[in-house]
Design a protein around this ligand. Structure first.
Ligand code: PEP
Length: 246
């Protein structure tokens, strides 16, 4: 047992509409999620359109810089004004599409924390890394990079999401045992820096979480909830996944 509050975050990616915002606001506010933190991460432009009484909002990315001449980027202060409490950083799609490095991801996480946003820091290996048997060294490096920019103090309350790239959007989920093994490794890595930090850090699993596999994943001792892509666009599926985490 532990006293970590489970967390389920939906990552809409570049999907959604004003009407989906209304549907989610309505459905999620009709529920109570006692003992669970629920977060919806829509594209930035939709953040302020939500009515979110029973859940929190998050952004999908943030700049590591202050306001200024950085066309197309969003600052931590802007996201906060729009209602975000959380922000995903280092999603594999950002690492891939925008060449985000471990160092940049760490800078974004540090910036978010400094501004009072809770970063959901994504890590996870590709299929080729897994097949080569290098999961722990790869994920270990992603975690180590955080400590180059942040101390265990500044990482306090940050969230980590383990998202094996081969399981994202593929319908191929990690087995609960495969996920637990990496989650335990991440927690052990945190322990080497700070035992208290390791105990309180929430580590989410992401990668084709659906209503029918959520319970088994969330039941693992080091899995504290999920980061949900595809299934976060359907209210019924998303709410069923939330229920599975309670
Ligand atoms: C994600 O992109 O964060 C994700 C987990 O996607 P999906 O649930 O669709 O695999």
């Amino acid at each position: 047992t532990n006293n970590r509050t489970p967390l389920v975050a939906g990552n809409w990616k570049m999907n959604g509409s004003r009407s989906l915002v209304e549907t989610f606001s309505h459905s999620l506010n009709a529920q109570s999620f006692e003992g669970l933190d629920v977060v919806v991460c829509p594209p930035d432009g939709y953040l302020s359109m939500f009515n979110n009484e029973h859940f929190s909002l998050g952004a999908q990315d943030v700049s590591h810089l202050d306001n200024g001449a950085h066309t197309g980027d969003m600052s931590t202060d802007m996201l906060k004004e729009l209602g975000a409490k959380y922000v995903i950083v280092g999603h594999s799609e950002r690492r891939e599409d925008h060449n985000e490095t471990n160092l940049l991801v760490a800078k974004k996480a540090a910036k978010a924390k400094q501004a009072g946003l809770i970063p959901i820091i994504c890590v996870g290996e590709s299929l080729s890394v897994r097949e080569a048997g290098d999961v722990k060294s790869f994920v270990g490096e992603q975690i180590a990079a955080l400590f180059a920019e942040m101390t265990s103090d500044t990482l306090n309350d940050a969230v980590i999401a383990y998202e094996p790239i081969w399981a994202i959007g593929t319908g191929k989920t990690a087995t609960p045992e495969q996920a637990q093994e990496v989650h335990a490794f991440i927690r052990k890595t945190l322990t080497e820096h700070d035992e208290a930090l390791a105990h309180r850090t929430r580590i989410l699993y992401g990668g084709s979480v659906k209503p029918d596999n959520a319970k088994a994943l969330f039941g693992q001792p080091d899995i504290d909830g999920g980061l949900i892509g595809g299934a976060s666009l359907k209210t019924d599926d998303f709410m069923a996944i939330c229920q599975a985490a309670i």
